[in-house]
Design a protein around this ligand. Structure first.
Ligand SMILES: [Zn+2]
Length: 193
């Protein structure tokens, strides 16, 4: 092999390895096939095999969420905004490429949930879809007029004077904050009886 050909081969091996590592990271974080196919240049069959190996099952079928409405319900909005603020910081201030900002931002979001004892409401596929909605100008970040935090809002919403879901939760919010904890408590007391 000529030196240039050897260099090219080495480069493509390194690129391939990087793609596989990214696929593993995305699968472990819970990405669906559509995310892998759109972010990586690996053959589909190979990604399905990787998914099988890591998860011990075939990737789930089905369509991705196509509406931004989910991100607007109050608790999902707080979670989504938390993730997107982290993503934006990594992308714009730290200069990370999109895929790294996505995985690192998502990890930061999950860590935050774990340290505060909150349920992880936003899965990786929804986080990825949210970034796409920003790219398609469907949503924007809008400041809360009370806490000054930035929150996900529809692009066409007039956000002047907006109050976020954290500053003004709906009256029944306390009852729905941790459905999983409530269920766990319920089954505990059923066992005790
Ligand atoms: Zn607020």
């Amino acid at each position: 092999m000529k030196p240039s050909a050897a260099n090219a081969a080495r480069k493509s091996v390194a690129e391939d390895a990087q793609q596989v590592l990214r696929a593993i990271e995305l699968i472990e974080l819970g990405a669906r096939m559509q995310v892998l196919e759109s972010e990586l240049a690996l053959p589909r069959e190979r990604m399905i095999r990787l998914y099988h190996e890591l998860k011990g099952k075939a990737p789930p079928r089905g369509l991705l969420p196509s509406s931004a409405d989910w991100y607007m319900t109050w608790l999902a909005n707080i979670h989504s905004s938390l993730f997107y603020n982290a993503y934006l910081f990594l992308r714009e201030d730290a200069g990370e490429p999109h895929i790294d900002a996505l995985t690192k931002g998502y990890r930061l979001y999950v860590e935050h949930c774990q340290t505060t004892g909150a349920e992880v409401l936003l899965d990786l596929t929804r986080a990825w879809t949210l970034v796409r909605f920003f790219g398609a100008d469907i949503v924007q970040m809008a400041p809360c007029s009370r806490c000054n935090g930035k929150f996900v809002a529809y692009q066409y919403d007039l956000c002047k004077g907006m109050v976020c879901g954290a500053c003004c939760p709906p009256p029944r919010a306390g009852k729905t904050i941790k459905p999983s904890a409530a269920r766990a408590a319920e089954s505990e007391s059923a066992h005790a009886a």
